[in-house]
Each structure stands twice: as structure tokens, then as C-alpha cells.
Design a protein around this ligand. Structure first.
Ligand code: ZN
Ligand code: ZN
Length: 291
């Protein structure tokens, strides 16, 4: 009797262990498409909606990258799906170098921003903890004019990622592996300079956009109408000190997130894409101050 009971309990334990293992095995597929940037999203009253991308780019080269990435994000049908967020390129509204944000839009800028370690960055302003009110994406020509980074695949990868952070998307991975999504940290440099891997969104990016924007509709909108452009209230400057506090960083040091709170209660959150060199120098350091 005692022995039978003991055997029965062991069987129960084994079944429980098996269930735990099965649940763990199922996790990766559940979390794979979970790369929302903290649930941040544009408030809007209907899907799909169109986000204006302000073109402040100073070279035909970068303009073609923006055109390509806008087209790629507008092509969910490539994966047999739809997207709640469409993009439209409009004339830029920012003075080019500083690239201040403009309410209801994402402004896109390039410039020789200096040997500050970052290849690209994206900032969004948030109200009420979740609603994106404005965004900006910047790429740094100080590095993109150097042989290591000056190739169409690396440029398109970074452009695609910085623009899409302003949709509310985070990375699919930061360890340098390719998920064949521009929301990863595969490096299209060196031996991989000729690879077009990770230069465009993949099916999981559209899956995530649908998850974010199917969750609810809002009673108001933070997306600017085609002609209504207002000056930005609060944002960050080219001074890295204005980015606020370092909130998180990938283990390899290539990806960092900063957060700054403004007196009006809004916040600006910035994703920074560091160069290979800046990250390798000291992966765990805040790269604003380690070179
Ligand atoms: Zn909302
Ligand atoms: Zn990023």
C-alpha cells in the first residue's frame, strides 16, 4: 500500500515535470513575436492609419533607403497579411541637423553627428505612459561614410530599424544573429557586407504590429492629419546628456535604451544603435561616457 502510493506520487511528479517542460518548450514560439516596445503605440480611432515620415535627408542615397523602407513596411502582403500601420513620406519639417520632433509625425534625418559611437537612433515621445505623440529617426554619416558601414545593406538595415522603432516596435534579437528582420542586430558589414539579410521587416514584425494595434482603438488620435503639423513640445537634442537615464543595454553593448521625463509629465525614450567599435570597447559601459 505504502509502496503503491509512493509510486503513484512519483508518477504524478513526473507528469507535472513533463507539463512544465512542455510549457517551457512552447514559450519561444509565444515570445518570438513579442517585440512590442513596452506597448507604446500611436493613439488612433481606426486601423489602418498612416504615419507621416518627414524626409529631411540630405542625400539621394539616404532618400532611396527611406523610400525602400517605407515601401517594405507598406508591403505586408509579401507575407500574406495586412498591417494596421502604413507609412507615407512627406517633406521634412525639421531643421536638418538637430532634427527636432514634430507632433504627430516621425522626422527622419541624417548628418555627420560626430565620433560619438552611435550609428543610428530613434526617439519617441510618450504621453499617458503608452501613447506615442511624435518620433524621430537619425543616422550618423560620421560612420556611414567610413568603409566599414558605407554599404547599401547596412544603411537600409539601420534606416529600417530606426524608423520602425517609432511605430512601437522593439528588437527581435540583439545578439547579432539574423532573424532576417531589420529589427535585429545582424551586422551587414565585413564578410556580410553583401548580404541583404535583415534589411527588411519579416512576417513576425507584421504579426507584432497587428498584436499591438488590434489590442484596442483609442477615442482620440496622436497621428497628425496630412496638413496639421504643430511644433514639438519636448524632445531631446544632439547632446547625449539630453537622452536621460540609461534604462537597459544588450549584453554585447550594441543596443541601449534611455529615458527622460519632462516637466509636463511626458517622456522621451531613445533607442541607440552603437557601432561595433563602441560596443566592443566596453560592452557594459554607458557608451556616452566611455570614449
Ligand atoms: Zn491606446
Ligand atoms: Zn534599435
Amino acid at each position: 500500500m505504502f509502496i503503491e502510493k509512493e509510486t503513484g506520487m512519483k508518477t504524478m511528479k513526473n507528469i507535472k515535470l513533463l507539463l512544465v517542460l512542455l510549457a517551457l518548450a512552447a514559450l519561444p514560439s509565444l515570445t518570438y513575436a513579442d517585440h512590442s516596445w513596452n506597448g507604446y503605440h500611436w493613439a488612433r480611432t481606426a486601423n489602418p492609419f498612416t504615419l507621416k515620415l518627414g524626409n529631411n535627408l540630405t542625400s539621394a542615397d539616404w532618400q532611396s533607403m527611406l523610400a525602400q523602407t517605407s515601401q517594405d513596411w507598406n508591403s505586408p502582403d509579401t507575407f500574406g497579411t495586412t498591417s494596421p500601420l502604413l507609412t507615407a513620406i512627406v517633406s521634412g519639417s525639421s531643421s536638418k541637423r538637430r532634427c527636432p520632433m514634430v507632433a504627430g509625425t516621425t522626422q527622419v534625418c541624417n548628418g555627420a553627428y560626430g565620433n560619438n559611437g552611435w550609428l543610428g537612433l530613434a526617439s519617441i515621445n510618450i504621453t499617458g505612459g503608452t501613447h506615442i505623440t511624435q518620433g524621430l529617426a537619425k543616422v550618423n554619416d560620421t560612420y556611414f561614410t567610413k568603409p566599414t558601414y558605407n554599404n547599401p545593406n547596412e544603411k537600409l538595415h539601420v534606416m529600417c530599424q530606426e524608423v520602425a522603432h517609432t511605430f512601437g516596435l522593439d528588437h527581435q534579437s540583439t545578439d547579432g544573429s539574423s532573424q532576417d528582420s531589420c529589427m535585429d542586430y545582424f551586422s551587414n558589414t565585413g564578410a556580410n557586407a553583401g548580404s541583404a539579410l535583415s534589411t527588411k521587416p519579416n512576417a513576425h514584425d507584421f504579426e507584432e504590429l497587428n498584436l499591438i494595434y488590434d489590442a484596442h482603438l483609442d477615442s482620440t488620435t496622436t497621428v497628425a492629419a496630412m496638413n496639421a503639423l504643430a511644433a514639438s513640445a519636448s524632445d531631446v537634442t544632439n547632446d547625449p546628456g539630453s537622452w536621460g537615464q540609461l534604462m537597459s543595454q544588450s549584453a554585447n553593448g550594441r543596443s541601449s535604451t534611455y529615458e527622460k521625463f519632462h516637466p509636463n509629465g511626458s517622456q522621451t525614450i531613445t533607442h541607440v544603435y552603437w557601432t561595433i567599435e563602441a560596443a566592443a570597447n566596453c560592452p557594459a559601459c554607458d557608451h556616452r561616457y566611455d570614449h
